[in-house]
Design a protein around this ligand. Structure first.
Ligand code: SAT
Ligand code: MN
Length: 596
């Protein structure tokens, strides 16, 4: 059919701000040559039709309708299973503005490269136009975008992960601005795969992958890389953080925003179930978001946060009735599973779920332990946040939630204690900037290698980290009532290589200490790296910790921290003259205090 006909169907708002959108869709259609164009309205009928079509062509496979109603399995191409940081670029006019933390390409060169890949790539396919809103439709903190894709799987996922369809289109028409994301799965050829960002043009071009953050452009590409750039110029923060509300027995709720690298338990922390004693005492946990947090100062000087997403794209392996019962309840229906295994009964299965043996692995082969894990380590579930039993009504509040504490954390087998508190905002920014973590399966590449991952934003900051640190520091102005900043490490290991801290629900004990620090009712010991609790400052009733665990989780190892601070100093030097002096001064102040 003639693509232009459908494009101009939307042109029923002459002179409206949809002109720019219509023009862009027409331009993309002329380049990519789709057989058909479909404007997504986000309706149930549209979703039902697309699902039927994907079940018919094998893009989706049915799961057991009794145990998992309205849930489907998708198997991605085996060479397309995670984000590809080495193929992800930030294209600013000056390379310095992208910084040493990003791969960079000149915008003209990047556009030429991408447009050559996109030329004719949608022949025989349908071009889907997906208007979406990141954040509650009526929130001043929300931002809209439009993704053009040739993947119905992407449409189905974006419908869950964002506020997609007619209401978003109406807001775009009102505002006239939106982030443009162009995506094609191409041939899923890793050699013809690039994820390009043009922050100055609010544009994303992604080719050759159908997976996760590479393809659901509202998520990492828009809500972090492009948004961090916008946030810098507009005075807010776009962060790789979960948002969780902790309600104490008096009925007061403190909201905590916490940054951890991908696949370090953000979803589990966001959906935490309090330990028995806490439950009996009346503690409750409310999930606002599990991955991304946009925050900005309110009139009272506090930081207010929204979750720009509407769903969870969570890591399946390790999710079980004991590690995250809320997640299991959430994904019991209306869920898309990607790259998990299946049992004889057509139920989705992954390592850590239960003791059954699956029948087919994530590639659809009969399960054979010799082939490795049955579910891909980065296999995922996509599900609406509204299905989560602990989903907070406040997550839909256009004003966002006030943040009492910011938490940074990584996977550190050694050195880093369970928790410490930064002395002030500047120290806290250094704690975030110096964050290190062992790599996980969420990105292609070696797993378990320690790297610096400032604020868990290494793969996601859309501009020079030095400027990003300066932006963080800038919030400490007159009238600001900033949250306290903490660092946690759930992943400390003992001499036997086993985790020393039980984690999961027990992490509430650490969050309680933080809240009491915020309220001024908990003690801590001052050390060069910050305020550390003694074991007795935490409620550890019912937790059995070995002497080794006590020493390592609550101890401060001067020699190890001296080496760590030397390494942090070298890391800051990598950003050269742009590194804020205040951050270098802070590093030096602490290094001096650490000196023997
Ligand atoms: O693939 S995603 O980037 O969406 C998930 C993650 O790595 O956090
Ligand atoms: Mn993430």
């Amino acid at each position: 059919m003639n693509a232009a006909v459908d494009v101009f169907k939307r042109n029923d708002f002459p002179g409206s701000s949809l002109d720019a959108l219509n023009a862009w869709v027409a331009e993309v259609a002329a380049l990519t040559q789709p057989d058909d164009i479909h404007w997504c309205d986000g309706s149930d009928a549209e979703n039902a039709r697309l699902t039927k079509q994907m079940l018919a062509d094998g893009t989706l496979l049915p799961l057991n309708p009794e145990t998992h109603p309205h849930s489907w399995l998708h198997r991605s191409s085996p060479s397309d299973v995670a984000r590809v940081e080495h193929l992800t670029f930030v294209c600013t006019a000056q390379q310095e503005d992208a910084g040493p933390n990003n791969h960079w390409m000149a915008p003209a060169e990047a556009h030429a490269k991408m447009d050559a890949l996109f030329a004719g790539c949608m022949r025989g396919r349908t071009l889907y136009v997906i208007p979406y809103c990141m954040g509650p439709i009526d929130s001043p903190l929300s931002r809209c975008g439009v993704e053009i894709t040739d993947s119905p799987y992407v449409v189905a996922n974006m419908r869950i992960m964002t506020r997609m369809g007619a209401p978003a289109l109406a807001r775009i028409e009102r505002e006239g601005t939106f982030v443009k994301g162009l995506h094609s799965t191409g041939e899923l050829d890793p050699d013809r795969r690039f994820i390009m960002h043009f922050p100055d043009e609010l544009t994303i071009k992604s080719f050759g992958s159908g997976y996760g953050g590479n393809a659901l452009l509202g998520k990492k590409c828009h809500a972090l890389r492009i948004a961090s750039h916008q946030a810098r110029s507009e005075g807010w923060l776009a962060e790789h953080m979960l948002i969780v509300g902790i309600e104490n027995p008096q009925g007061e709720t403190h909201y905590i925003a916490a940054a951890f690298p991908s696949a370090c338990g953000k979803t589990n922390l966001a959906m935490l179930i309090p330990p028995e004693g806490y439950r009996q005492a009346g503690w409750k946990v409310w999930t606002v978001g599990d991955d991304i947090c946009w925050m900005r100062p309110g009139a009272d000087g506090r930081l207010y946060a929204i979750n720009p997403e509407a769903g969870f794209f969570g890591v399946a392996p390790g999710t079980s009735d004991s590690s995250n019962p809320n997640a299991l309840a959430t994904i019991s229906h209306h869920t898309i599973f990607t790259n998990v295994a299946v049992t004889d009964e057509q139920e989705p299965w992954w390592e850590g779920l239960d003791s059954r043996t699956p029948s087919l692995d994530w590639q659809g082969r009969p399960y054979d332990a010799a082939n490795g894990p049955a579910a891909h380590p980065n296999s995922r579930f996509t599900v609406s946040a509204r299905q989560c039993p602990s989903y907070s009504a406040k997550a839909e509040d256009p004003q966002g939630v006030p943040i009492s504490a910011i938490v940074f954390g990584g996977r550190r087998a050694s050195l880093v204690p369970l928790v410490f508190e930064a002395r002030d905002w500047t120290h806290g920014v250094l704690v975030g900037a110096a964050m290190g973590s062992e790599t996980t399966a969420a990105a292609t590449g070696a797993v378990g290698v320690m790297r610096r991952d400032p604020m868990a934003m290494k793969p996601f900051c859309g501009y020079n980290f030095a400027d990003y640190f300066a932006h963080w520091l800038s919030f400490d102005g007159a009238g600001a009532k900033l949250p306290k900043i903490f660092h946690v490490n759930w992943f400390r290991k003992g001499g036997d290589g086993k985790f020393l801290w039980p984690g999961f629900g027990e992490n509430l004990r650490v969050l309680e200490w933080m809240i009491r620090r915020v309220e001024g009712t908990a003690d801590a010991v001052d050390t060069p790296i910050g305020h550390l609790p003694r074991a007795e400052d935490l409620n550890l009733d019912g937790v059995a910790l070995s002497d080794e665990a006590h020493d390592l989780l609550f101890g401060f190892e001067r020699a190890g921290w001296q080496a760590e601070f030397a390494s942090i100093g070298e890391y800051l030097e990598e950003f050269g003259a742009r590194t804020p002096q205040a951050l270098k001064d802070e590093q030096q102040r602490i290094a001096a205090r650490l000196a023997p």
